[in-house]
Design a protein around this ligand. Structure first.
Ligand code: UN1
Length: 509
């Protein structure tokens, strides 16, 4: 495999797992980073331990205390320069994402584009951290609400979007005046090192410790981050299981969390839908990223009148999806991230069949050429189910699509909402009533509800996240930046008297 992107991005054979204004001599376990493509070793990272964490935290805090004094548009200028570097290194970064995650190259490049987009958004935002002026009930008083920097933000990211999710958080946090302490997935540390190098280089001497990075086990550095009183916000992306630990643990010290956890996203296809559009959206949503997006389409709720027809079209489309090396042109399905993910796939398919589901296509491991045998390749799978089987309620991070018939929009909405997770959802229909009903208060209960586009591939301009076991957090666009700042209400008396609110008279005072 061509590993030249590693060199371009300054990744060495052996890398430090902690950045605190400079790369530390980490003494933790030397971890080999393997590519899911073929199992080969890309490089080694010496993991960080709790002492490294303490240094990263100290560095980020000290830099934050000065950074927060810098006017926000000046902070935005640094982020603008980061965006420039992301553009410059788009090809190398995209390849590295593909090497480390196994997602196909166009998706690796798309992920870098997401970093560029959020950097641009953050630059504009740096001049728009608007507060409010509020009408005071008292004469000669003014009242205002302002937003101030919060502190070093803990950013815990998953393997599947190893740079974009960091960028959503980091670009906003930086313009908001915060420091960063990044704890990436141990499956994708090299992209984290590459991005930190870029960020630190742009920030330069005075500010580089803002871009804290700590690569190490949950039990040591993860734990230290959750319990760190200097980290007022922990933004964590990952499983619901992880969120159940992070949420209460950080709340215990009255820290805040921003959680983006599991999804179990459904697409509704009504009998009046444009089926050709629907098929394309389903294939991208269910097969793309080998089913390893939190926004992946996992459930298809199909009107019974078109159920067989749609299944037929889908089975034909799935046949055309080439499985193989994600660096190769025309391949649409790369490997799962590791063998454990493939075992979870096997288990889900087996459970679905035991519970009454029928495999329409796929269902097993994919045959790949010899050099790829070290990777975990599975077949994109469609399973028809007469009803919502127990396994359908679980998120399996793999390309499995459960297809369930429905009779009406009401039933589709009820089933859409009948899972513990609430991230993304979509309806395909040409009926404006059905579309509006799906997006209305009694419609989809998810953070994202789309019409005639799929469940995945959200743009950065909107707030991203979901309800219920998805954790309730919102990242990226819209007013998500508010999570990264503290709100202050100030009342100013510019008169000669001291009227009390609510008209209270306090004796002669
Ligand atoms: C994720 O899988 O954690 O909407 C993020 C999407 C991407 C982000 C996914 N923009 O599919």
């Amino acid at each position: 495999m061509d590993l030249s992107c590693l060199k371009t991005l300054g990744i060495d054979q052996t890398n430090s797992g902690a950045y605190a204004g400079k790369w530390r001599k980490t003494k933790g376990e030397a971890m080999a980073v393997r590519s899911p493509i073929d199992g080969s070793t890309l490089a080694t990272v010496n993991l960080a331990d709790a002492a490294d964490y303490a240094e990263v935290s100290r560095g980020s805090l000290a830099a934050f205390r000065r950074w927060r004094e810098l006017p926000a548009p000046k902070r935005g200028e640094y982020v603008r320069l980061m965006g420039e570097r992301f553009r410059q290194h788009k090809e190398a970064l995209g390849r590295l994402v593909t090497l480390e995650t196994g997602k196909i190259l166009p998706e690796g490049l798309g992920e870098v584009q997401e970093c560029i987009d959020i950097a641009d958004f953050a630059v504009g935002l740096s001049r728009q951290l608007y507060g409010l002026t509020i009408a005071s009930e008292r004469r000669y008083h003014s009242m205002r609400e302002t937003w101030h920097p919060l502190g070093p933000v803990g950013i815990v990211t998953a393997f599947n979007f190893p740079i974009a999710v960091w960028a959503w958080n980091a670009m906003l946090a930086l313009v908001c005046g915060d420091g960063l302490i990044w704890k990436p997935s141990l499956k994708t540390p090299l992209t984290a090192i590459a991005m930190t190098k870029i960020a630190a280089e742009v920030l330069g001497g005075e500010w580089q410790a803002l871009a804290g990075l700590v690569i190490g086990p949950d039990s040591t550095v993860g734990s230290a981050l959750l319990d760190d009183p200097n980290v007022p916000l922990v933004s964590a992306t990952g499983s619901t299981r992880m969120g159940r630990i992070v949420g209460p643990r950080v709340a215990q010290r009255f820290g805040r969390t921003l959680l983006e956890l599991g999804g179990n996203n459904a697409m509704v296809v009504m009998d009046d839908a444009d089926l050709d559009l629907a098929v394309r959206a389903i294939v991208f949503g269910a097969v793309g990223t080998a089913g390893q997006r939190c926004t992946t389409t996992r459930r298809l709720l199909v009107h019974y009148a078109i159920y067989e027809q749609l299944l037929g079209q889908l089975a034909a489309a799935y046949k055309q999806c080439k499985i193989g090396n994600p660096l190769e042109k025309n391949v649409l399905v790369g490997p799962l991230v590791d063998e454990a993910a493939a075992k979870a796939f096997d288990h889900a398919v087996r459970s679905a069949v035991e519970q009454g589901g029928k495999v329409v296509c796929g269902g097993g491991r994919a045959k790949v050429p010899g050099p790829l045998r070290g990777g975990a390749y599975v077949q994109p799978t469609i399973i028809r189910c007469d009803e919502m089987l127990p396994i359908v309620r679980e998120e399996t991070f793999a390309p499995i699509l459960y297809v369930i018939p429905v009779e009406s929009v009401d039933e589709a909405i009820a089933l859409n909402n009948d899972v513990p997770q609430g991230l993304s959802s979509a309806i395909f229909t040409n009926n404006v009533r059905s579309a509006e009903q799906f997006m209305a208060a009694g419609g989809s209960d998810c953070g994202i509800a789309n019409v005639n586009i799929g469940t995945s591939g959200a743009e950065i301009g909107g707030a991203f996240g979901g309800e219920k076991e998805t954790g309730g957090g919102r990242e990226s666009g819209s007013d998500s930046w508010k999570a990264y700042m503290r709100r202050q209400t100030s009342t100013v008396n510019w008169g000669n008297e001291l009227p009390l609110s609510q008209g209270i008279r306090f004796g002669n005072f």
